[in-house]
Design a protein around this ligand. Structure first.
Ligand SMILES: Nc1nc2c(ncn2[C@@H]2O[C@H](COP(=O)(O)OP(=O)(O)OP(=O)(O)O)[C@@H](O)[C@H]2O)c(=O)[nH]1
Ligand SMILES: [Mg+2]
Length: 207
């Protein structure tokens, strides 16, 4: 699959700024600093598409990118980078502004067809567990990606991924996709899963 174009469209701080809903969307959710923006760059093989920072709380708006690829199921779609949750250091007013924006977006967005939840492959937190429970409760069962696997020794990897699976209480048939934005490990698998989801969505619309 070739990525023909990847273009930053806009940064939204209120629902009126969300795109008109003319294309399907894939959104990336996860704790601050878990590696969402890095993963988006790695997935798109673009260095600086989404802004990455060592300081948690870098992404503060709903950032929308327009992607076109050679895959018929993913020929044109929006990729959405959401601000991270669980970053205590941002001011309370900023936090109360973020929460509802993300919640509104995830609950109400008709053109959103796949949520990708990122968790750190080395540690799943209570907030990650609450987030997956909440996503399930609003019928948005996510695709789960375990980030930063390059930080695990090869010998630790299988055990760590099993732990993530257990900690999140994944059901039969739900899997964790290991990913490293440093090595590109997991890129093909994640694209494959996104393609499968898009295919499923097309079948849904047809029947
Ligand atoms: N070793 C390693 N470091 C990573 C990986 N992905 C991200 N990082 C580092 O983790 C830090 C946070 O990455 P970001 O991509 O900005 O994280 P984010 O989830 O977008 O963070 P917020 O925008 O604050 O929500 C940066 O220092 C990255 O370089 C990875 O796969 N491996
Ligand atoms: Mg970010």
């Amino acid at each position: 699959m070739k990525i023909f174009a990847a273009e930053f469209i806009k940064s939204c701080v209120s629902p009126e700024q969300f795109p008109s809903g003319d294309l399907h969307e894939i959104a990336f959710v996860g704790r601050s600093n878990v590696g969402k923006s890095s993963l988006i760059n790695s997935l798109l093989t673009r260095r600086d598409m989404a802004k990455v920072s060592r300081t948690p709380g870098k992404t503060r708006a709903v950032n929308v990118f327009l992607i076109s690829t050679s895959d018929p199921d993913l020929s044109r779609f929006y990729l959405v980078d959401l601000p991270g949750y669980g970053f205590a250091k941002v001011s309370k007013s900023v936090r109360t502004q973020w929460g509802p924006l993300i919640e509104d977006y995830l609950i109400g967005r008709a053109s959103l067809y796949q949520v990708v939840l990122l968790v750190d492959s080395r540690v799943v937190t209570d907030q990650d567990r609450q987030t997956i429970a909440w996503l399930r409760s609003i019928q948005r069962s996510p695709l789960v990606v375990a980030t930063k696997v390059d930080k695990l020794k090869p010998s630790e990897r299988v055990r760590a991924l099993r732990q993530v699976d257990r900690d999140l209480g994944l059901a039969e048939g739900e899997t964790v996709i290991p990913y490293s934005s440093v090595t590109g490990d997991g890129r093909d698998r994640l694209w494959g899963a996104l393609r499968d989801a898009a295919e499923g969505r097309r079948a849904d619309t047809l029947f």
